[in-house]
Ligand binder design. Sequence first.
Ligand code: AMP
Length: 148
Amino acid sequence: MSHEYKHVLAAVDLTEECNAVMDRAREIADRNGATFSLVHIVEPMAMAFGGDVPMDLSQLQQQQFDQAKEKLAALRAQYPATRFGDAHLVYGQPRQEIHQLATKEKCDLIVIGSHGRHGLALLLGSTANDVLHGAPCDVLAVRLKKPE
Ligand code: AMP
């Protein structure tokens, strides 16, 4: 029996690489007659710096959020309105927010990029790995080119 996905969610980091992730997600959505949505997570800066930054980051954080919003809108504009769900911009930790959103929006496939890292980078882990664990639905890791 064939399975049809109903709502495909592409997680995008807003780098050039995310086109490969979006295209694959869109292709699967099209083949399944599914809704296609995007999500980007803006991570709290203080946490990215280890939670020990003395200055006020709220302004920087706002800038980061505004930039992300623009980029996400530009990506979203690449796709026709038909069967497009939403372009979500969320503040928080990728794993938690993507899981929460997938549950809330009843997504049945999360598509995410994977770098196939080696050595130290592998030990540090990847977003794809992180998102896979405890995911509320299927997860597809799209193999991206190795970082130089
Ligand atoms: P990374 O392991 O952080 O290099 O990211 C690999 C993939 O995780 C990207 O191609 C995206 O699919 C996803 N990803 C990473 N960061 C984010 C983010 N802030 N928001 C949404 N997806 C992300």
